[in-house]
Design a protein around this ligand. Structure first.
Ligand code: PLP
Length: 831
């Protein structure tokens, strides 16, 4: 199996001794090369040339997954905990012991980086890194062989995994780097060793680990130590100051204010709402036209243009490339497809690193019936075709892809795929016309291809048609919020996440899957049906049910759901049911410590203990209670009383039962305000969904949902005319009205009538006019000159908008979120 003709770099396992200063503990298996780096046991590439790095993180320890990795067929391992070596007894694995697995990963990538002499562009900044990286790469595709970091792989682990992909045939590398703690950038700098840099911007997000924004800027500037040239916007003073540590000759500052800057930039909006970006350099003027006009995108694209012009790319070439760049929200998105399928749309470029990243998403959909990949010819590789498609085939097999729909001359000719079905077409049109797309059901379909293949046509064919009102859920923001709360809980404390009421309106199954993927310990729902729905869709982690009924005992048992036990009458029914049916249950005992909703009081505990102790089928896994006023300091005294009560009652229960149980008390607000009440587990709810009700940490959360609809019609109304039911909207002057496709049946409450709430069209806040109807609402758009049928209407997107809407409705954000009715389509996105 030697790779003749390959111009890929081979690093045999035995070289790890010198490259990463490791101790080879075992070299039983043949001394293979290192090809695929696996840092996440949930996304393994099963291949003899894969290496699993056992990494210790805050929340889990990769060493725990070694046995399952061995079982799945991984043969090579890097470990940092010597005791884990016991797992390798009687195996034929290669094992290398290092001081730190993350450092080893970085050193290995750094070594690979040092073997290439091509230019490498590194991008950092608080926002927009990923899009700038994408755009720089897209601008270069037609003239270079580009390696770029997949998705937003920009962390201490993501960066080395990305850089590892560099091969000698690549002519440019484009990588992004992100940090969250001081000291981290130096390590990323050593891995990337960029020759060119872009410092995008500095925002206030994720500030918590830095003393000041200046400190953060200085830390980020470390990335550019090896750069010949560093592109940035001089108008950001903090960035400018942070970069003064470098010689002036290396700084490539552009400005929209200072005409004496190396690059002076101005913007003008064209008649068709495009933007001309005018760049002056040494008195020479060039104009670049882009399709958008929002300031953030304009700044991002200006970074790209200034950097590439400075690197010597011809302006005419860049002008020609510009119309092809994809806009910001065209990210690698998960879409609802036809017949209960999901579609992952990744239709821009197609290289091996990107393919691997896209395929690794399959693990987020454990319960899908079939895995399908629509794949075009692979671009940009100098390896021989046989070898290239051999690799593709191994990659597809390692992710157990059931069917490959191959599109293009090369892939048709060279891809041999025996693990699953393969069907080939010369081009996209042929595939569209001749494949039975409508027969696809219950599948995950990854559509991955170079842009010339226009696979977006296939995505459109597969997408469930969504019109009108949608709730967009941003899974990356959700992950951000999850990680924030994880940083707030003490080591060893478990995490239960509340996914009741469709995960606060956002979609229980999808959210449940992502939470399961991120290894939360428990989910909780209100009703048994909700739990069953999760189980039927592949959720296997423990689930607590808060409002179980005796009628649902069968169902609870069949689906392994753990009921809350809250009253003696309920407990007695469970007691007799379990004895008769001989069925075992794990239960959570609810203690009433002052909320006075559900739960036992202290006098009842004796009886509870008596019943449960005498019943071998009922096992108490947890005892919990709920704080009634955790969000507000005005109830501090009461919260402390509740905690004292909880402590006392749970001890009585534990004593009486004679075994320990998981104790949980805190909700989202409790996690923030009462770290001392965390016990063994916490219950995260609203915070995950982006609202920090204590308002102390809102800046660390991201909004996860955007409710939007469209304009159905625009009308001119004369002074004195009336609008809608009850003629409640009376025009005081000539005005313009837009009818939008959302009403109280969608969750847009009738209380918002007559100016009580506003929505946003083209960034303009417009009030409701007249009464909200069942499916429609009229809004006053007199202030917007250019408004048309089909225009997007934002109901809420930012946290401020959500809170404001709640206030208009005299309610709390919980209700606004959970009111979004089921008929509103949910669309899930992640970067
Ligand atoms: C809903 C709920 C939570 C979560 O509350 P948040 O305020 O959304 O964090 C926690 N515990 C119980 C018992 C709940 O019903």
């Amino acid at each position: 199996m030697t790779d003749v003709n390959s111009n890929e770099t081979n690093i045999p396992f035995s070289d790890l001794k010198k490259v990463i200063d490791g101790e080879i503990l075992n070299l039983d298996f043949e001394n293979r090369n290192i090809k695929y780096l696996i840092t996440d046991s949930r996304r393994p590439i099963i291949n003899p040339e894969s290496v699993f790095f056992a990494i210790k993180g805050n929340n889990h320890d990769g060493h725990n997954y070694i046995p399952s990795m061995i079982e799945s067929g991984i043969k090579q391992f890097i470990i940092e905990d010597q005791t884990a070596f016991k797992h390798f007894k009687d195996t034929d694995c290669n094992v290398c012991l290092v001081k730190s697995s993350v450092k080893a990963l970085q050193d290995l990538a750094s070594y690979k980086r040092s073997l290439t002499t091509s230019p490498v562009i590194a991008i950092t900044g608080s926002n927009g890194k990923t899009i700038i990286k994408e755009w720089v790469s897209q601008l270069l595709y037609d003239s270079e062989k580009v390696i770029q970091s997949p998705m937003s792989y920009n962390s201490q682990i993501g960066v080395p995994v990305s850089v590892w992909g560099i091969e000698s045939f690549h002519t440019v590398g484009v990588f992004e780097a992100g940090i969250s703690h001081p000291g981290e950038m130096k390590k990323l700098q050593e891995v990337i060793k960029p020759t060119h840099g872009i410092f995008a911007n500095i925002g206030s997000a994720h500030e918590s680990n830095f003393e000041s924004i200046e400190q953060k800027a200085n830390e980020k500037a470390i990335l550019f130590q090896t750069c010949e040239r560093i592109t940035y916007c001089k108008d950001h003073e903090i960035i400018h100051n942070a970069l003064t540590i470098y010689e002036k000759s290396r700084l490539n500052g552009w400005s929209a204010n200072d005409e004496s800057a190396d690059y002076f930039v101005s913007y003008e909006t064209t008649e068709d709402n495009f933007t001309n970006i005018i760049i002056y350099r040494a008195n020479k003027k060039s104009t670049f036209t882009v399709k958008f006009n929002d300031p953030v995108s304009l700044e991002n694209i200006t970074h790209c243009l200034v950097c590439l012009i400075d690197m010597g790319y011809k302006k005419d070439y860049l002008k020609n490339q510009l119309p092809r760049i994809k806009e910001v929200d065209m990210r690698l998105t998960i879409k609802r497809g036809i017949n209960q399928s999901f579609v992952i749309d990744d239709t821009y470029n197609n290289d091996m690193a990107g393919l691997e990243a896209a395929l690794s998403r399959v693990t987020q959909f454990p319960n899908i019936a079939k895995r399908i990949v629509v794949l075009s010819d692979i671009q940009q590789s100098a390896a021989t075709k046989e070898e290239l498609y051999g690799q593709v085939s191994r990659l597809l097999e390692s992710f157990k892809i059931d069917q490959v729909i191959a599109i293009g001359n090369e892939i048709t000719q060279y891809l041999k795929y025996n693990f699953g079905d393969k069907i080939s077409f010369q081009n996209t049109e042929e595939a569209l016309n001749n494949f039975g797309w409508d027969e696809i059901e219950d599948s995950l379909i990854i559509v991955k291809g170079g842009r010339v293949f226009q696979l977006e046509k296939i995505v459109r064919r597969l997408e469930k048609k969504i019109h009108g009102t949608t709730l967009e859920i941003n899974l990356s923001a959700l992950t951000n919020n999850l990680n924030f709360y994880r940083s707030k809980i003490k080591p060893g404390v478990k995490l239960m996440v509340m996914v009741k009421a469709l995960a606060y309106g956002s979609g229980a199954v999808e959210i449940g899957k992502i939470l399961q993927f991120h290894r939360v310990d428990y989910l909780a729902v209100a009703y048994p049906d909700e739990g069953v729905n999760l189980r039927r869709n592949g959720i296997y982690i423990p689930i607590m049910v808060m409002n179980p009924s005796p009628e649902s005992f069968d169902m609870l048992h069949r689906y392994d759901l753990e009921p809350e036990v809250y009253s003696l009458s309920f407990l007695k029914k469970l007691d007799s049911y379990t004895r008769e049916e001989k069925k075992s249950f794990k239960v959570h005992v609810k203690l009433d410590t002052g909320m006075h909703r559900l739960g036992f009081n202290i006098e009842e505990l004796k009886k509870v203990i008596e019943i449960i102790s005498a019943n071998k089928y009922i096992r108490v896994t947890a005892a919990f209670s709920h704080l009634a006023g955790a969000d507000s300091s005005s109830h501090n005294e009461f919260s402390h009383q509740q905690n004292d009560e909880f402590k006392k009652m749970s001890e009585v229960l534990i004593d009486g039962l004679g075994h320990n149980v998981i104790r949980h008390l805190c909700n989202s607000a409790g996690i923030i305000r009462f770290p001392e009440f965390q016990y063994d587990m916490v219950r995260l709810g609203i915070g995950l969904y982006g609202v920090e009700v204590t308002e102390m940490e809102q800046k660390n959360l991201l909004p996860i949902s955007k409710l939007k609809t469209i304009v159905s019609q625009v009308k001119a109304i004369k002074k004195g005319q009336t609008v809608g039911y009850g003629r409640a909207g009376v025009a005081a002057k000539d005005m313009k009205i837009a009818t939008i496709a959302i009403g109280y049946a969608d969750g847009f409450s009738r209380i918002f009538s007559q100016g009580n709430a506003s929505v946003y069209i083209k960034g303009v806040k417009v009030p409701v006019f007249g009464n909200v109807c069942m499916d429609m609402t009229m809004v006053d758009v007199t202030a917007i000159d250019d408004i048309n049928e089909g225009d997007e209407v934002v109901i809420f997107e930012t946290t401020e908008q959500l809170l404001e809407l709640a206030e208009s409705g005299k309610t709390i954000p919980y209700e606004i979120l959970t009111n979004v009715s089921e008929r509103v389509k949910r669309v899930f996105q992640s970067i």
